[in-house]
Design a protein around this ligand. Structure first.
Ligand SMILES: NC(=O)c1ccc[n+]([C@@H]2O[C@H](COP(=O)([O-])OP(=O)(O)OC[C@H]3O[C@@H](n4cnc5c(N)ncnc54)[C@H](O)[C@@H]3O)[C@@H](O)[C@H]2O)c1
Length: 243
């Protein structure tokens, strides 16, 4: 797959799936804005891409701030001259029972995932409409459909992103902008509760009993994302792909 000449803005690119996606798209020719709340890790991703011969900038941004998101997208367009692809990978997953969860924590989870996805899509779509084309991949989770004990805010946010993806797809199809979502399945990243599980561990057996497809590496999730951002999805929009 080639992304030569494409400009991609990837949130959560300082870690896990976002970082793997930034590196994969860059290795296939994309110019990448690696965006993350942590400017240091975003910078590390960009530096690794540049060292490998690619083009990238690191961007510190809190996706739940409209002003910061607008400035980050603006900087990307100034630097690379366009915005073709948005990947919304930023996320947090603090666990708490509904009876215990603090209002501030609820707001932070919804703010990062649901509002963050909305704000990044809104800012990106304004540019993509000018370009008359664009690709957006939002990251959701099977937890949106199945629920999770101590994961109500996360599951509600991801369910909201699924609905939002479908509505946005309907609004921007006429501008040749495709909006899809990926549910990557359990993936070995700092966020995943299965992150340290290894074959042979009791926790690995428990994970397999719930997710027979097994624990993925972030590079595999990145391949799925690249597929949704690539030519196979040239005319496909509003889909939620579960892996
Ligand atoms: N790992 C899994 O098993 C799994 C499964 C399903 C879905 N997901 C989703 O995949 C996406 C990527 O998660 P990951 O597993 O790579 O996690 P991760 O913790 O490795 O990466 C998440 C990144 O998001 C950044 N971030 C957090 N809040 C932010 C904010 N307000 N603004 C900008 N950046 C922010 C973090 O700094 C971090 O670098 C998330 O949306 C997550 O919900 C992960």
């Amino acid at each position: 797959m080639s992304f030569t000449g494409k400009v991609a803005f990837i949130t959560g690119a300082g870690s896990g799936i976002g970082r793997a996606t930034a590196q994969l798209l860059a290795s296939q020719g994309a110019k990448v804005a690696a965006a993350d709340l942590r400017a240091d890790t975003a910078g590390e991703t960009a530096a690794a891409i540049v060292t490998a011969g690619g083009k990238a900038i690191g961007v510190g941004v809190n996706v739940s701030s409209k002003a910061e998101v607008s400035a980050a997208i603006e900087r990307t367009v100034q630097e690379f001259g366009a915005l073709d692809i948005l990947i919304n990978c930023a996320g947090i997953y603090p666990r708490a029972l509904v009876v215990d969860i603090e209002e501030s924590q609820w707001d932070q989870v919804i703010g990062t995932h649901l509002k963050g996805t909305f704000l990044c899509c809104q800012a990106a779509v304004k540019q993509m409409i000018r370009q008359k084309s664009g690709r957006i991949v939002n990251i959701v989770s099977g937890i949106a459909l199945n629920g999770a004990r101590r994961g109500s805010a996360y599951s509600a946010a991801k369910g909201g992103i699924m609905s939002f993806t479908k509505s946005l797809a309907l609004e921007v199809r006429e501008h040749n902008i495709m909006v899809n979502a990926l549910s990557p399945g359990p993936t070995r990243t700092p966020m995943s509760s299965w992150g340290s599980a290894k074959p042979g561990d009791p926790s690995y057996a428990e994970m397999i009993s719930q997710h027979p497809q097994g624990l993925k590496e972030p590079e595999q999730a990145a391949q799925y994302i690249a597929t949704l951002a690539g030519p196979l999805f040239d005319n496909t929009t509003g889909r939620i792909m579960h892996f």
